[in-house]
Design a protein around this ligand. Sequence first.
Ligand code: NIG
Ligand code: FE
Length: 415
Amino acid sequence: MRLILENIKELVQVDPQSRLWVAGKSMAEVQTIKNAFLLIKGEQIIDFGPMEELSRSDFEADDLIMEIDCSGKMVFPSYCDSHTHLVFAATRELEFVDRIKGLTYEEIAKNGGGILNSAKRLQEMPEDELYEQAMLRLEEIALTGTGAVEIKSGYGLTTESELKMLRVILRMKQHSPLMIKSTFLAHAFPLEFKGRHEDYMNLLINEMMPLIAAEELADYVDVFCDRGFFTMEESERILMAGIKLGMQGKIHANELANSGGVQVGVKYNAVSADHLEFVGDEEISSLLGSETMPTVLPGAAFFLNLKLAPVRKMIDSGLPVALASDYNPGTSPSGNMNFIQSLGCLRYGMTPEETIHATTINSAYAMGISESYGSIAKGKVANLFITKEISSYAAIPYSFGSNLIETVILNGEIQ
Ligand code: NIG
Ligand code: FE
């Protein structure tokens, strides 16, 4: 089956060199082709270029061909959302209201709310119900342009419930058209381990993680290295244990305080260091020259009214930056990457071009898939979206709250 997209007003994020990420000043430039075609065979992009170069004589006569006229519309590679917690049992509006009334996120967490609240609800919910709910969230984010997503555990906290969460993610991998990466997340110390953190560390490292590895349930290991959660030293031990079991690291770092998490992530060659509100010159120089993708989560900072990560400074220092949604019930109850682009522009001073790189190729790198996703290149997986009629690609971050996406194509198939 071949699919031809014709008369595309502008084909955006074309990258014939298939770069694995885009850093610094280069983030300001996005390559596009005006009045373009794009050819898909099976699951792959096999060709693209200006309309006048589209030659139909190349197709074998017996090939099944479907054509889509994209006049007035733009085509983008699907978003890669490299940081979510979208398997959860219940929303947390009560905490939302508590915060409006003045409580802080950390105060709520200390009183058994927050992650511990989500864990209690998840422990009680049967696996099938968790799966059904999470699949609906995947459908929802697919409609707003996401074609690949990383999903973390971390609301289980017990061995049984962490395994349950990761098995749900495995089932999602098997049944969803989205590309999914799974991450085991050491998220918080359960209340019953208060004053006994070392016992919980033991449970994580000597019981939970080996079982997860034996069932091959996680591609990555992640840890919430922040004030009130895991210390630098504990985070190092968790990443090291994960690496020994064949999982590459990721890290939640420097969201609530200058936690040292960035340096830990770099030291263990984490594929990404995420959040980064408390980042200064030392963290920037540690990230420069590393293989760790600095990943900012504008939805969480917006929802919690946090101080903002110094994205401008990071890019101006030559770093790449990825943006992800952090979709979760406590700090970012939305997986809408169009809105994440809007926040990138409006609150972090990013240009639309920079947000395009940050939500496609750089976020693909942050989940280890930028060789096959995140840009328009021959041989990459045909995960794309076609917009409604729009006047420029800046219309996406500009029209915050709207969905300008008309058609979604995943693995070469119209959804
Ligand atoms: O990425 N920062 C840590 N973890 C999640 C939120 C967890 C929660 O409150 O449920 C995050 O923001
Ligand atoms: Fe997170």
